[in-house]
Write a protein that binds this ligand. Structure first.
Ligand code: SF4
Length: 212
């Protein structure tokens, strides 16, 4: 089964890259756990292109916790305007940076428990940061949740349940590939609305031939 699962990830990655999925093309500028953390916070309820624009503007002024902690909320707001809930996020980002400086010597704590205590950081965001730091985990967003259920890999209603079940199905060495492969595939082929089932190479999908 694990070979088949690896093949599944390869198919998803290939199809996504062929179609220039944003998840594979837009994040190359993220250099360290701090930038991955800030980008992940900015990205919730925001299109990737908008997040990238805001992230680049913000990092041009503040690419470390110290610099971000010294900025005014208003200044952060102006740089990230356009991302969803930017006013709330600006406040959270400043607070988060202050905590990193004060409690973690300006480093990002790489544990789920500590990350999820930071303002504006939920389980998905924390898992994205851990995964980007090569700590095995599966970050479940709407794409991962939706496609796992469509394919019948899991039968769940909540992302946390999906994470738990996927961790039982996929061998640990594949965990860190799951998010990117599923997100890229979800952005380009297995879209939320009108998925491209007639172009999809996953011929065992139980949803083939069904209407959406
Ligand atoms: S056949 Fe359709 S629903 Fe199934 S994985 Fe492919 S695009 Fe998604």
């Amino acid at each position: 089964m694990s070979l088949k699962l690896e093949e599944l990830l390869e198919v998803m990655e290939r199809e996504a890259k062929k179609r220039n999925a944003p998840v594979f093309t837009l994040k190359g500028f993220l250099n360290d756990p701090f930038q991955h953390l800030i980008f992940a916070v900015l990205s919730s309820r925001t299109r990737d292109e908008v997040t990238v624009k805001a992230g680049k503007k913000l990092f041009s002024k503040a690419n470390t916790p110290e610099k971000l902690a010294k900025m005014d909320v208003k200044e952060i707001e102006e740089l990230i305007e356009g991302v969803g809930f930017y006013r709330v996020k600006a406040k959270n980002l400043k607070k988060l940076a202050e905590i990193l400086v004060k409690d973690y010597n300006s480093n990002v704590p790489l544990s789920l428990e500590e990350l999820t205590k930071l303002p504006g950081v939920g389980r998905k965001t924390a898992n994205i940061v851990l995964s980007a730091s090569n700590i095995p985990t599966i970050a479940v967003d709407t794409h991962v949740h939706r496609i796992s259920n469509r394919l019948g890999l899991v039968k769940t209603t909540k992302p946390e349940e999906t994470e738990e079940q996927l961790k039982k199905i996929f061998p640990k060495e594949l965990w860190n590939r799951v998010n990117q492969a599923f997100v890229g595939f979800g952005q380009t082929v297995c879209k939320p609305v009108k998925p491209l089932c007639n172009e999809c190479p996953i011929d065992w999908c139980p949803r083939i031939g069904l209407s959406f």
